[in-house]
Design a protein around this ligand. Structure first.
Ligand code: HT7
Ligand code: ZN
Length: 855
């Protein structure tokens, strides 16, 4: 397969003035008629062939200015068609084509496909070429008019509705857009309607379209949409720009959701929610993703990407914006901790393994393989750092300039950095490395204290270095904003949060005039995505856990204590640290603290995280020992804190009617965190009661997880399945819980049994992810020394690949950490990866991933 390089970018030789499409829908033979007005692109002078992307299309006719294109001037391949330059008129011309496609046979869910009897599209990144011949690249932007013909009651496309009659509907999108934002939906759908009036008075019709029967689970998504629209006006001054905004929920969908102009398409799990069927985490995700896709209207749609290498321009910024939104809607500190947990679990893991790449990669084989935590989450962190460096006002000025200068453009990371330079006067050439260099910098700190007559001087000396990553051996130093605060020994803050700007490989910062040696709180708010390497006595962590005014670092101190004790339990067979447990007890008893924050402190570090920490410090992680140590620590905490945990479990019980808000969700999260610990003592007794009595899915699912871990879930699992057999999203949970919480030695066996269950509809991405993603999330189960899980998993990747390569490729990242483990496990994984690689006709997606993982 061909590698595409950023350095080879060239503008497309033609501009598209207008696109008109007619769809005659039919499950096995949809006809697509296109009329595309082309003109020469002055940015690419000279005469050029006309190349249009097209895959899996049956070309029925092709004309230019009404005349059939002569066969001698036309070359059609698997990737597209070319009309020779000599056959093109000198001035603007009209291309007309008719193609036939097969939506029902489209199992890859890219292009036009069918889901539960409904037609639906997914065009990002390169799916439009499976719909018709077109320059399917983001820098070609045009207004679209779409006519849909079918006997289905609902027919939707981008933009505003401009006409409808028996068997047809027409839509017009006046905003020039790239083809990846095209969308069409047709089916037997019902809608939840609402209305939003923008601050300049535009009345916008809002609709959430779902299958009949799902309508009673759309209210929270609609409320989230309205809050997102208002927030973007208040915070970024961005208004909506069409008369309608439609959201459609689809059961078969490769990712979370898609920001098509005026017609967002969502995985139904990110729309449908009720207290009985969705957990608090589901509610929070729905709110965040509804906001994310809506925010793309400006950061992605009005200003799009010049090419796919610039993906983080829209994704990093839009994730950053959705994180700000959630932090404003809920608790800022809790959101920051959750985001850092995700970043470390997914992006640090990626950055430390064979799939490491910069937020802006410089080459790819299959762009779908680059919708990664690095592009999304690290892309957002990089923007957070920019904001920290230029300040809130500088950020606001830069964003205003970005929207003014680039509205209607297909922009680049260079354009983005330039608006910050122009708005703030800063030179960002060194900062640019955050976009071009892969890898997570390591930051070590040395402290020095020099007492003096005029007060003492405290000096922090930082050293940064970034380990090599594939294709990038040497990493020059980056600009790192390090937020620091100093506390005096009685816990008062003597230096409030100050952002130090580190630009050298080693650099010192002095704080003068201090009465006594302070305790440093470093990297407050996780001010940069780095690994802080600092060996600090446990007493100092305990001090910060008790006194730090920065909530993130307060949590981080507790986390460090938990990791220290777990690492010593694994590596040295040490007992659980009583100091850690005592500190946790003080925190649990502090009713002034937000319950959600306390719940996060009670959550022990994940096994995968410990494996990474051990590997980082030169030790070979043993998944069984890690699992055992984590269980032992949970039991020790439960034994020592049984009374306060039991009291918390009772005190956090829901009194009134269900609310999905942050306060109520925080209480539930503390309740189920206490339950999970107590489960180690009561053998599932409380969980059994809660399972029977719960009125919401957060508590019911948590209780079921505890019952599975306690080995007494058979009845509950049957009852759960029985009650929810017709709800696909809840049955996904039923699959996941069983495999995530299975005892490690049985995980592969449980997964095998579930794969044989009649409900294991593996062509549905949610269902495949529920089972396989669940198995990969069971760290000790996935890495069981027998290799049974590796084999099972690889078998399924091979089965999925010809049906849905995107899903197979994404799931293959479960193997990305293989080099951390012992020689036996490495040999087992290597054999599976080699087996995959040797399979004939592997997709471009999975073959690129296996090659990169193997290294
Ligand atoms: N921009 C979208 C990314 C995307 C996608 C979504 C659904 C299915 C396939 C997809 N491929 C790429 C989603 C987002 O970031 O908002
Ligand atoms: Zn996005």
């Amino acid at each position: 397969p061909q590698t595409i390089h950023l350095a080879d970018y060239q503008p497309y030789p033609f501009r598209v003035a207008r696109v008109e499409l007619t769809f005659r829908l039919s499950p096995r033979a949809t006809r697509v008629l296109s009329r595309i007005a082309f003109a020469a692109n002055p940015d690419r002078p000279g005469r050029h062939d006309l190349f249009l992307h097209g895959e899996r299309l049956r070309l029925l006719s092709a004309r230019i200015d009404g005349t059939p294109v002569p066969a001698a001037a036309l070359v059609v391949t698997d990737e597209g068609l070319t009309v020779a330059a000599h056959a093109l008129p000198e001035g603007p011309f009209l291309w007309e084509a008719e193609v036939e496609i097969d939506p029902e046979g489209n199992t890859a869910l890219e292009g036009l496909y069918m889901s539960g009897g409904m037609y639906c599209t997914q065009c990002e990144a390169e799916g439009f070429r499976k719909i018709t011949y077109y320059p399917d690249r983001p820098d070609v932007m045009a207004p679209f008019r779409v006519r849909i013909e079918s006997d289905l009651p609902v027919m939707l496309s981008n933009g505003n509705p401009v006409g409808a009659g028996a068997g047809w509907a027409e839509w017009d999108d006046p905003w020039p857009k790239p083809a990846y934002l095209f969308a069409l939906v047709a089916g037997n759908l019902v809608n939840l309607p609402d209305r939003f009036t923008t601050r300049s008075g535009r009345k916008v019709d809002l609709n959430i379209w779902v299958r009949p029967g799902d309508l009673d689970r759309c209210a929270f998504a609609m409320d989230s949409l309205i809050r997102s629209m208002k927030w973007d006006e208040d915070t970024y001054g961005r208004e909506y720009d069409l008369d309608v905004f439609n959201i459609v929920a689809v059961d078969d969908f490769n990712m979370g959701a898609m920001e098509n102009k005026g017609l967002n398409i969502f995985n139904s799990k990110l729309v449908l929610a009720s207290p009985e069927t969705a957990t608090d985490l589901d509610f929070e995700r729905i709110e965040g993703v509804i906001a994310h896709e809506y925010f793309h209207n400006w950061t992605g749609n009005r200003i799009t990407c010049r090419d796919w290498f610039q993906l983080c321009l829209k994704e990093g910024l839009t994730v950053f914006r959705d994180q700000q939104f959630t932090s404003d809607m809920r608790s800022g500190p809790v959101k920051r901790i959750e985001d850092v947990l995700t970043l470390r679990a997914r992006q640090f893991r990626e950055d430390m393994g064979p799939l490491a790449h910069p937020p802006r990669p410089s080459s790819f084989v299959e762009i779908n393989n680059f919708y990664t935590a690095t592009v999304y989450e690290k892309g957002a962190e990089v923007i957070g750092m920019l904001k920290r460096l230029v300040g809130d006002d500088g950020y606001a000025r830069a964003l205003d300039l970005y929207f003014d200068r680039h509205d209607g453009d297909a922009a680049t990371i260079e354009d983005w950095l330039k608006v910050f330079e122009d708005a703030t006067g800063r030179d960002l050439s060194q900062f640019r490395r955050w976009y071009t260099d892969a890898g997570t910098p390591r930051l070590s700190v040395a402290e020095d204290w020099a007492p003096g007559d005029q007060g003492g001087t405290f000096t922090l000396t930082f050293t940064q270095s970034t380990p090599p990553t594939p294709g990038q051996e040497v990493k020059p130093p980056r600009v790192i904003p390090i937020a620091v605060g100093l506390l005096n020994p009685n816990g008062d803050e003597v230096v409030p949060t100050t952002v130090l700007e580190m630009t050298e490989a080693t650099q010192s910062f002095r704080f003068d005039g201090l009465a006594s040696r302070p305790v440093a709180s470093i990297l407050r708010g996780f001010s940069a995505p780095v690994v802080l390497e600092r060996s600090v006595p446990a007493a100092e962590h305990a001090f910060l856990l008790a006194h730090d005014t920065d909530p993130f670092n307060r949590w981080e101190a507790g986390r460090a204590l938990a990791k220290d004790t777990l690492v010593r339990m694994v590596a040295e067979d040490a007992p659980a640290s009583p100091d850690y447990i005592a500190a946790l007890g003080r925190l649990l008893a502090d009713d002034a603290l937000d319950p959600a924050f306390r719940a996060l402190c009670l959550r022990l570090p994940a096994e995968d995280d410990l494996a990474q920490t051990l590997a980082d410090t030169g030790r070979t992680p043993d998944p069984d020992r890690i699992h055992a140590a984590r269980e032992d620590l949970a039991r020790a905490v439960a034994q020592a804190l049984e009374r306060p945990l039991a009291a918390t479990f009772e005190a956090m019980a829901d009194g009134g009617p269900f609310s999905p808000d942050a306060a109520a969700a925080g209480r539930r999260s503390l309740r189920v965190a206490a339950l999970a610990l107590l489960n180690h003592l009561d053998g599932g007794a409380r969980a059994a009661d809660l399972f029977d009595g719960a009125t919401n899915m957060t508590e019911r699912a948590a209780a079921l997880a505890c019952l599975i871990e306690a080995g007494r879930a058979a009845e509950a699992l049957a009852a759960f399945h029985d009650r929810w057999r017709n709800n696909r999203l809840v049955i996904d949970k039923w699959f996941t819980l069983q495999v995530v919480h299975a005892a490690p030695a049985h995980a592969a066996g449980v997964a095998g049994q579930l794969a044989a269950h009649a409900d294991f509809d593996w062509r549905n991405p949610n269902r495949a992810r529920a089972l396989l993603g669940g198995l990969a999330a069971n760290h000790a189960g996935f890495h069981d020394a027998s290799g049974a899980a590796y084999r099972f998993y690889a078998d399924w990747l091979l089965r999925l690949d010809p049906v849905n390569p995107q899903i197979a490729a994404r799931l293959s990242t479960a193997f990305e950490t293989w080099a951390r483990y012992d020689a036996d496990r490495r040999a087992l994984v290597r054999a599976e990866l080699e087996r995959i690689r040797a399979t004939p006709d592997l997709s471009r997606d999975l073959s690129e991933m296996t090659a990169r993982i193997l290294g």
